[in-house]
Ligand binder design. Structure first.
Ligand SMILES: [Zn+2]
Length: 144
C-alpha cells in the first residue's frame, strides 16, 4: 500500500501537481467522500481546479488500484484504503464506515444461484451511526 500522496500519484502514472495533492489530502481527511465533496472542499483554495480534474484524477487513481471505488446509492465514493473490505451505511445520514473484510468463500459460493461464478464481493450493511443514534434513539427502537 502506498502511504505517501506523491508516491500514490506517481504509482498511478500521474504527474504530481498541487491540485492532485490537494485532492488526495481531502480524500484522506474524509470518510468515503464523493468527487463533488472533494471538489467543494478543494476548489476554494485552488482557483484553477475544475470538477473534471477531480473526476479524472480519482478515476485514474482507481483504474490503477491507488484508490478504491465504493458504489453507494448516493453516488460513487472513494476510499484510500484499497485492500478488500466491507462497509456499513447509516440509513439516517448516509455516512459510510469501514467493516473488516469478510470473505468466507464457502458461504459465498454456496449462496450463489446455479451457474454463477463470483469474482468480486462487496457487502454493504445498513444501520444507524452513533451520531444519529444519540440524536434520535427512536431510529433504532422502531426497528427492533
Ligand atoms: Zn472503506
Amino acid at each position: 500500500m502506498v502511504e505517501d500522496d506523491a508516491a500514490r500519484l506517481r504509482e498511478a502514472g500521474l504527474r504530481v501537481t498541487p491540485q492532485r495533492l490537494a485532492v488526495l489530502d481531502a480524500l484522506s481527511r474524509h470518510s468515503h467522500p464523493t468527487a463533488d465533496d472533494i471538489y467543494r472542499e478543494v476548489a476554494p483554495g485552488h482557483p484553477g481546479l475544475g470538477l473534471a480534474t477531480v473526476y479524472n484524477t480519482l478515476s485514474v487513481l482507481a483504474d490503477r488500484g491507488q484508490v478504491l471505488v465504493v458504489d453507494d446509492r448516493s453516488g460513487r465514493r472513494y476510499d484510500l484504503r484499497v485492500e478488500p473490505h466491507q462497509h456499513i451505511r447509516c440509513r439516517s445520514c448516509g455516512t459510510l464506515a469501514d467493516l473488516p473484510h469478510w470473505d468466507d468463500r464457502q458461504w459465498i459460493d454456496g449462496a450463489m444461484p446455479d451457474g454463477w461464478a463470483v469474482d468480486r464481493w462487496n457487502l454493504m450493511a445498513e444501520g444507524v451511526c452513533p451520531d444519529c443514534r444519540s440524536k434520535t434513539p427512536a431510529l433504532v427502537e422502531e426497528r427492533t
